[in-house]
Design a binder for this molecule. Sequence first.
Ligand SMILES: Cc1cc2nc3c(=O)[nH]c(=O)nc-3n(C[C@H](O)[C@H](O)[C@H](O)COP(=O)(O)OP(=O)(O)OC[C@H]3O[C@@H](n4cnc5c(N)ncnc54)[C@H](O)[C@@H]3O)c2cc1C
Length: 324
Amino acid sequence: MVLVFAENSDGNFKKSTLEAVSYAAEVAKSNGSTVVAVSIGKVEDSKLSELGKYGADKVVQINHGAVEAFVAEVYAKALIQLAKQHDAKIVVLSNTYTGKSLAPRVAAGLKAAVVSGVISLPETQNGFVVRKGVFSGKAFADVQLNTETKVLAITPNTFTLTTFDKSAEIIIADGGVSAADAISKPVEVSKVTGKIPLTEAEVVVSAGRGMKGPENWGMIEELADLLGAATACSKPVSDMHWRPHSEHVGQTGITIKPNLYIAVGISGAIQHLAGVSSSKVIVAINKDPEAPFFKAADYGIVGDAFEVLPKIIDAAKKMKAAAN
Ligand SMILES: Cc1cc2nc3c(=O)[nH]c(=O)nc-3n(C[C@H](O)[C@H](O)[C@H](O)COP(=O)(O)OP(=O)(O)OC[C@H]3O[C@@H](n4cnc5c(N)ncnc54)[C@H](O)[C@@H]3O)c2cc1C
């Protein structure tokens, strides 16, 4: 049996969760087993059973006071208990912040080998081998897992969703956890509201020092709004407090993998590329034709951002108006 952690955000399953369930279904298909998804926290029944569409046979729903807020050791304990109870040989999670904090804990509890950042389905002809990205996505490593139980944290936006014509059976459980299992407790959580979280965005509009100053970010935000995108920036931009640190992408910032990354006035230093080079399509806008970003980009516009951006914004407005 393959157990998959179905992470939710305020009661909604993220795309990365659906990918993890689809991945689990592919793994289960290849070894002739079934998929049990585990959802922790409050999620509507209709959303739980809809996980069947992505390959879950059953969804175990844990929703009580002890799991109201995310506490890694509590969630991990519940997953460990359920994995043991269902005799799961493979546990799948998303390689999100939550998944990254759970995967090693779950692996330790199950005495299982763990691989994070997985980007391939397992190869099982010669042992059990999965591929992962290493050195900020610059290289790959094939890793063999030699334990009976295996934990895999898969990279979001890597696997396509497979759909099935079924709905999952919901099972209510307490996961064997109580408030006493929490050795820490979030006192207050302040969420950024009204914005698309950078790590979940399919489109990202990012800008660098070429924008000259924070007063010029209106164009970046306008384009992002029109494209339903999140905004990001280079390190110097956040160091100078032109933008919040939460937008800093790169080797020392967040690693993202959107479908479309638009880089405006960013040189394309190796440390910046480390966090964005796995994006599916990269568009670079830079006035210097020799900017290193053009080597990593799929499309490049050589031009002054202050002339190019208004034209792109105008085109995006027309495209949006035509679509409505
Ligand atoms: C250990 C270490 C870790 C680092 N980690 C990171 C990291 O995580 N993320 C990161 O981003 N950086 C990181 N850096 C910094 C990195 O090396 C670069 O210095 C940084 O990415 C450059 O930012 P930038 O491209 O915004 O600025 P610049 O290098 O100043 O480039 C500005 C670009 O804008 C272009 N430009 C100027 N005016 C215009 C205009 N009007 N229209 C269009 N284009 C224009 C220029 O041609 C230039 O290419 C790190 C460095 C080190 C040493």
